[in-house]
Design a protein around this ligand. Structure first.
Ligand SMILES: [Zn+2]
Ligand SMILES: [Zn+2]
Length: 298
């Protein structure tokens, strides 16, 4: 039975690539409706209409570039895999020299001593804290948040920021599209009666408006949820685990929690990039070690 379940899950991964085409199709429909059907003719009218249409087209293209940049970064970036024969180094072992760190039979204790799921039977490897096995990817993923069908990848320690930026820019683009297409949508039936626009253009405006509104509303819910997760340094998987704990051990305070995901360089917060300094200094960005709040450190 288990084999069938896993086959089904890897099938989902293949099916997932169709999602890239779906994302491309939604972007193409929105682009056509906003830039070509709605703003293009306004641009040629002259005066204030042209200036507004020009501004909308510029902002739209900027947001679209940021969206696509974040999308391809989260899609292509490894969310974090466990090094071969990984096992936690106990504090007393760190002082010893010559101890065998590759002995798999000892793979049952994690650094914080609390994680009982410290060995993955599927991968036959140690499991660092906050790591989970993804049944779609069929491997362990560091600080796994969830497997995202839209980006055909797991979201984990090393690509969570890029995923959040993808959410943010998609929300901004879809909200802007909804507002720009709203007058066209309101006039939909009037225009259809007067035959003042081609039926194809009206259909594109209608479809793009409904799609963008639906995405903007659902993305708003996701953004609010992830903002709360980032501010408390929790993953989607850890929410239930956190409920049982009086004080969440990874909660370092809002500012530090944010920096654990976005880095310390303000100039790079809105770009799918990290500074070399942050990559060197923030272990959470690698996904193997996570600082624990001072009052819970043993
Ligand atoms: Zn695993
Ligand atoms: Zn996955």
């Amino acid at each position: 039975m288990e084999i069938n379940v896993f086959k089904l899950c890897s099938g989902l991964k293949v099916l997932g690539y169709l999602m890239i085409l779906l994302v491309a199709a939604i972007i193409a429909v929105s682009y056509h409706a906003v830039v070509i059907v709605t703003c293009g003719p306004q641009l040629l009218r002259g005066g204030a209409h042209s200036v507004l249409a020009f501004a909308i087209i510029m902002i739209f293209h900027f947001l679209l570039i940021m969206l696509l940049w974040s999308y391809f970064t989260v899609l292509s970036k490894d969310p974090g895999s466990v090094p071969e024969n990984w096992r936690a180094v106990l504090p007393e072992e760190a002082l010893e020299t010559g101890s065998s760190l590759n002995d798999r039979s000892d793979c049952v204790v994690a650094t914080d001593g609390l994680d009982r799921r410290a060995f993955c039977n599927h991968c036959e490897n140690g499991k660092p804290p906050r790591c989970h096995h993804c049944s779609v990817c069929q491997r362990c993923v560091l600080k796994m948040d969830h497997h995202c069908v839209w980006v055909v990848n797991c979201v984990g320690a090393r690509n969570y920021k890029f995923f959040l930026l993808f959410l943010l820019y998609t929300f901004m683009v879809t909200t802007m599209d909804t507002l720009v297409l709203l007058p066209g949508f309101i006039n939909f039936f009037g225009k259809a009666k007067n035959h003042s626009s081609s039926p194809g253009d009206l259909a594109v405006i209608f479809l793009a408006f409904v799609l963008n509104l639906a995405f903007a509303l659902s993305l708003l819910c996701f953004l609010v949820m992830h903002a709360s997760l980032v501010s408390s340094n929790t993953t989607s998987i850890e929410v239930y685990e956190k409920k049982g704990a009086a004080r969440w051990k990874y909660d370092l305070g809002r500012k530090k929690n944010f920096e654990q995901v976005f880095g310390t360089k303000k100039a790079l917060w809105f770009f799918p990039l990290f500074s070399k300094e942050d990559v060197d200094k923030i272990p959470a960005l690698h996904g193997l070690d996570f600082p624990i709040r001072a009052d819970l450190e043993s």
